[in-house]
Design a protein around this ligand. Structure first.
Ligand SMILES: [Zn+2]
Ligand SMILES: [Zn+2]
Length: 421
């Protein structure tokens, strides 16, 4: 390998990360616009937190027994000797920000959204990245189950705007502090009886967090888990009422759902509602949106006793099946001949851009034919020709590339044509 080739190899993007190039990025931009438009209709406001936080934040927030914390965090020691972690999910950052800025004093409910990169040291595989992107929403201070239904409806509305069809909404309740311990114990007993059939990971979960066995991908474990008692039989009165109100509200919104008693989701903090929207057109990794309620998180962080609910949507996965048409660009290529024309071209380009016309200028001396070749390559819709004659008369020729139509006029006249196009 030559020195050149080896240094190129060293400088490649890190495994599990990906460049989003022009051509693809337009789909992302369309998604981002739709996210903002949709969520703001529901009164959500954007909250941007830093990319890295103290490691304890995620250990405490995400849960020290979750796979995310035990296996997948991007943790490093900074030069000050402090352990920092690139956020693996967004909710703990929002909780921290609310407590730190006392946003709760502004009154409840608080509705926030965010879009951006998250980081997990996961095994890179098809459709899974170590730097991936999520849309995230959180509502704090609203304990009514109607808001649980509202956020599910909002996710559903966004997916429909994105042309994502063939989805299924799964809902469950994982109980609360009062009723879950009895269920965990029942699971522990059931798992204990069939311990030898479980994978090593699940044998460990049996002690630490038996609900997590439902998340195991090993077929034998899933078979055992199918025989476990279901949580609906253990819910306290409050959790039962909350769940039935959620289902009643989903009916009002006309959102079909399936109650999935084994949907516990991979994080420790959920209470009451959990939900997922899955796609039938994706394979094993079919979850588009996942979320739930976390009524104890704020208090566990030493903040006020404020309940919360939220969801995260994987942007890569949604974009892989979304039907979004990127906005059509119509740009003007400015072709000039000679130094004087270049100077006049600068002013003309400034005029068109100031009036909202995308204007491409290349500072390379070329003949007219070469200019048209470049305009073609750049998919310019129009070419404006600028030579000494045009400058003298202050009238310019405009050619529409698609049709070959040519017009002639002052810059104001041409602007009117470009704007109407
Ligand atoms: Zn309960
Ligand atoms: Zn297992």
């Amino acid at each position: 390998m030559t020195e050149d080739a080896s240094s190129r190899k060293e400088l490649a993007a890190i495994k599990g990360t990906k460049d989003i190039l022009p051509g693809e990025v337009e789909k992302w931009q369309t998604l981002e616009v739709l996210v903002r438009e949709t969520f703001e209709l529901y009164g959500f406001r954007e909250l941007r937190a830093p990319v890295f936080e103290a490691t304890e934040l995620f250990e405490k927030g995400t849960g020290s027994t979750s796979d995310v914390v035990t296996k997948e965090m991007y943790t490093f020691i900074d030069k000050g000797g402090r352990s920092l972690t690139l956020r693996p999910e967004y909710t703990p950052s929002v909780v921290r920000a609310i407590i730190e800025h006392r946003l709760d004093l502004e009154g409840a409910p608080m509705r926030y959204y965010f879009m951006g990169p998250m980081f997990r040291y996961d095994k890179p595989q098809k459709g899974r990245f170590r730097q991936f992107h999520q849309v995230d929403i959180e509502v704090f201070g609203e304990k009514d189950a109607a808001v649980d239904a509202e956020v599910i409806e909002m996710a559903d509305a966004l997916l429909r705007k994105l042309g994502v069809i063939g989805t299924e909404t799964l809902v469950n309740s994982v109980g609360c502090r009062a009723c879950r311990p009895a269920y965990s114990q029942a699971l522990r007993d059931a798992a204990g009886k069939r311990r030898s059939e479980l994978c090593l990971d699940c044998q460990r979960k049996e002690e630490t967090n038996p609900l997590r066995i439902f998340d195991c991908k090993v077929e034998a474990c899933q078979a055992v888990a199918r025989s476990f008692p279901v949580i609906q039989d253990f819910l306290c009165g409050e959790c039962r009422d909350h769940f039935s109100k959620l289902l009643a509200c989903l009916d009002i919104y006309d959102i079909p759902y399936r109650v999935e008693p084994r949907l516990v989701r991979g994080l420790d903090y959920y209470t009451k509602t959990t939900f997922e929207i899955v796609s039938r057109s994706l394979g094993a990794q079919n979850s588009l949106v996942g979320g739930g309620r976390y009524d104890d998180m704020m208090k566990n962080f030493g903040g006020p006793d404020i309940c919360g609910i939220g969801f995260a949507m994987g942007m890569e996965r949604v974009l892989s099946i979304a039907e979004v048409a990127p906005p059509k660009r119509k740009s003007l290529y400015l072709a000039y001949l000679g130094d004087e024309a270049q100077k006049a071209g600068l002013e003309l380009a400034r005029y068109f851009r100031a009036n909202g016309v995308e204007c491409l200028v290349e500072f390379k001396d070329r003949g007219m034919k070469a200019h048209f070749g470049r305009a073609n390559k750049l998919h310019a819709a129009w070419v404006l020709v600028l030579g000494e004659d045009e400058i003298k008369k202050a009238r310019f020729g405009l050619k529409e590339m698609g049709t070959g139509r040519q017009v002639d006029g002052t810059r104001e006249e041409l602007l009117a044509i470009l704007r109407n196009d």
